[in-house]
Ligand binder design. Structure first.
Ligand code: IVH
Length: 706
């Protein structure tokens, strides 16, 4: 009997091969280069076409097919994989001195204390180490680190990572000009066996989105992006891994066959791997000696918050591979590499009590009073608890042992409760009782009733202007840099002025006498003169700033600017009804209601009149220009990062004047994101959504400034 042979039509086989090639290229451009070549819908169409061909002819499905990225049938368990070369750990340096000492030890071992040692410097990515094996350029196996000698086979899960090349090919550099390989044919050569190591991690934005959806569907929320990445990578069902948006950066070479020569320096190895299509972190640098290494550490530390992924330090590696060989290993860590970790951002302490702070719109924010603890180099004794929902979600109770987290200059918060400590019996002593945290019925400052409407997460003091806490906060806001920008009138001074009874309401700021001010403690003649001058100067403002300074609930900077452009006159704004307000860009029914409520409140209205009476003015804007004067009407921009020629606010005003809409967050409707220096999550989101990105120069062109 002859076996039944199904032949695949040649045209189908060729089409499938072409589709695989194209999809690999588009995928690499999108996920590794951040530079999409075709619209998403077109990618999806080609992907579906390949899927159809593979379904029709099973033999067309190769192990490097892009269709493998959607995941495979669930596994029973993971197989063990023995690493060809052990996966090592790294020694740590915790200070500049320790880094210096490391360099000196290396110089000693190499018998050369004249020359500085060149190091490849890279961020230390906070994820999980993996090893990837390629045979003839095709990804065949991926493994976890495990105990360093044996890991688990997570190939199918790793195949779902969009940035992981399923097949290697030359990218980017002109043929024959790369630093590696015997370039016999002028093309980069791919070794028969290539093993690389890297870190799998989850972007901060993907982590937030994952937790939101986990919570919405009543599933486990992850403590941090690292845990989320770990949890997602060790799933037996790779189709779930596929949905988790994991990322990867390659940071080292593992084993490699000798048919191709690898570069002689680690930095060149990374460049070469990048050319082969691997995602490699762009933050890397070459540093000579301890001082340059330490400056790199400081500079990465200062960018840490803006990076779209989490890092926990930097890694320095002796750049010359021959020197690495010479230096070798001690126990399980190489002598030629060291990690310099950032100070811990989490610490364990006890929640002693909870107070409620009143914001300018009356919102009650629970604040944790903690047993003081050092976190990331500073002592923390207070942390925000955000709102009651957050407390409930994390099940935080007074006397609980909690993990406090402080990242950069962000307000410290309680990351989680150590529940095992709640249950633990204290030996020989009594265990402190845990108390549930309750929202007070009345405002702790003014005693007015506290109310929470069904559609809001926050509860508010109903005292309005009669609550001194609300007045204090609104005056602080009024004086702040982005509002009236009253130089020298910071939060502390506002507190002092109110506590000493010099002012009671915002308008009284402009009626303070030098004599009364000079009578205050810590207020010299010079300081008083400066303050009065700053108040005088601040009176000349813009309508947008003034509206923002009023602190109307729900009206932020962008809303205020949009209102100013639309009404160009305060009287018109004050008289506007809900319907007219809703016609303003970005103003919806909730904001419109809040504006109407504000101006119809007698207390607030009196203040506004008195402020105008005190001499606050702004240039009268031209009423709505004709469409031809507004070349940017219908365009929506988002500004992010630091601009070098002007403040963001100025740029915003200029864009608005040309008819553009300026919003605070990137969406599919955004025309372009204008990204200054140190742009962070918005840039990432724009890239994800395929929204155009402009730099400052391009924006200046748009505004006719250059
Ligand atoms: S090199 C022999 N480079 O840090 C050197 N490791 O303790 C091997 N890591 O689990 C590591 N970013 O996964 C290296 N740029 C980087 C890294 C990095 C993160 C992790 C690695 C390992 C741990 C070492």
């Amino acid at each position: 009997m002859t076996p039944k042979v199904t032949t695949v039509p040649k045209a189908d086989a060729e089409r499938a091969a072409t589709l695989r090639d194209e999809l690999h290229r588009y995928n690499h451009a999108y996920h590794v280069l951040d530079d999409p070549l075709i619209p998403d819908a077109e990618y999806d169409r080609l992907f579906a076409e390949l899927q159809r061909l593979e379904q029709a002819h099973a033999s067309l499905k190769t192990i490097d097919s892009p269709t493998n990225r959607v995941g495979a049938p669930p596994l029973e368990s993971f197989h063990q994989v023995k690493h060809r070369l052990p996966m090592l750990s790294l020694g740590n340096a915790f200070s500049e001195e320790e880094l210096q000492a490391w360099h000196e030890r290396l110089q000693g071992r190499l018998g050369d204390d004249e020359n500085l040692i060149a190091c490849s410097a890279e961020p230390k990515l906070d994820g999980l180490a993996v090893s990837l094996t390629y045979k003839d350029g095709v990804f065949v196996q991926g493994a976890t680190r495990g105990d360093g000698f044996t890991g688990e086979d997570i190939t199918t899960n790793l195949r779902t990572l969009a940035a992981l090349p399923l097949r290697l090919q030359e990218h980017g550099a002109p043929a024959g000009q790369n630093s590696a390989g015997k370039n016999t044919k002028g093309k980069i050569q791919i070794p028969e066996l290539l093993e690389v190591r890297g870190e799998v991690f989850m972007h901060k934005a993907a982590f937030t989105a994952l937790n939101e959806s986990q919570e919405a569907s009543g599933q486990k929320v992850f403590a941090n992006p690292r845990n989320a990445a770990a949890g997602s990578l060790r799933l037996l069902d790779s189709s779930i891994t596929a949905s988790r948006n994991l990322s990867i950066f390659i940071y080292a070479l593992g084993e490699m066959s000798d048919d191709v020569a690898s570069p002689a320096e680690h930095s060149a190895v990374l460049d070469w791997l990048q050319q082969l299509g691997f995602p490699v972190c762009d933050q890397r640098a070459l540093c000579n000696g301890p001082q340059q290494c330490f400056s790199y550490y400081l500079s990465v530390q200062s960018q840490r918050q803006q990076l779209p992924y989490e890092i926990d330090g930097v890694v320095f590696k002796v750049n010359e591979l021959a020197l690495q060989q010479q230096l070798g290993f001690v126990s399980r860590a190489p002598r030629w590499a060291i990690a310099q970790k950032f100070p811990a951002e989490e610490a364990v302490t006890v929640l002693q009590s909870v107070d409620f702070q009143i914001g300018r719109t009356g919102a009650l924010t629970p604040v944790a009073r903690l047993e003081p603890v050092a976190v990331g180099g500073v002592t923390v004794s207070n942390a925000t608890l955000h709102n009651m929902d957050e407390i409930e979600r994390k099940d935080i109770r007074i006397n609980d042992t909690v993990v406090v987290r402080r990242a950069g200059d962000v307000i410290p918060e309680i990351a989680r409760v150590l529940l095992e400590r709640r249950e633990a019996k204290v030996e020989g002593g009594k265990r402190a009782r845990r108390y549930k945290i309750k929202m007070p019925d009345t405002c702790p400052v003014c005693g007015s009733a506290v109310e929470q409407s069904a559609d809001e997460a926050v509860a508010r003091c109903t005292g309005g202007m009669s609550c001194i806490a609300q007045r204090k906060e609104s005056i602080k806001h009024f004086a702040s840099r982005r509002a009236m920008d009253i130089d020298g009138l910071g939060d502390k001074l506002v507190e002092q002025l109110m506590d000493e009874g010099l002012i009671d309401r915002v308008e009284e700021l402009f009626g303070m006498s030098a004599t009364a001010l000079e009578a205050l403690p810590r207020m010299g003649k010079k300081k008083v003169a400066n303050l009065l001058q700053a108040l005088e100067k601040a009176k000349a403002t813009t309508l947008a700033r003034f509206i923002f300074a009023l602190g109307i609930r729900e009206v932020g900077e962008t809303g205020a600017a949009n209102l100013a452009t639309h009404f160009s006159d305060l009287a018109r704004l004050r008289a506007a009804g809900i319907e007219e307000l809703e016609a303003v860009p970005d103003i919806g029914p909730v904001v419109a209601r809040s504006i109407v409520d504000y101006f119809s409140n007698q207390d607030y209205s009196t203040s506004v009149d008195a402020l105008l009476e005190a001499g606050i003015t702004w240039p009268v804007e031209q009423p709505q220009q004709s469409e031809s004067d507004k070349p940017l009407s219908g365009h929506v921009y988002v500004l992010t990062g630091t601009l070098s020629h002007m403040k963001r606010d100025e740029a915003k005003q200029m864009l608005l004047a040309k008819g553009a809409k300026v919003t605070g967050s990137v969406s599919a409707k955004t025309t372009a994101l204008i990204a200054g220096d140190a742009a962070g999550s918005k840039l990432e989101k724009a890239e994800k959504l395929g929204v155009a990105i402009m730099d400052e120069e391009q924006m200046r062109d748009l505004l006719g400034l250059s």
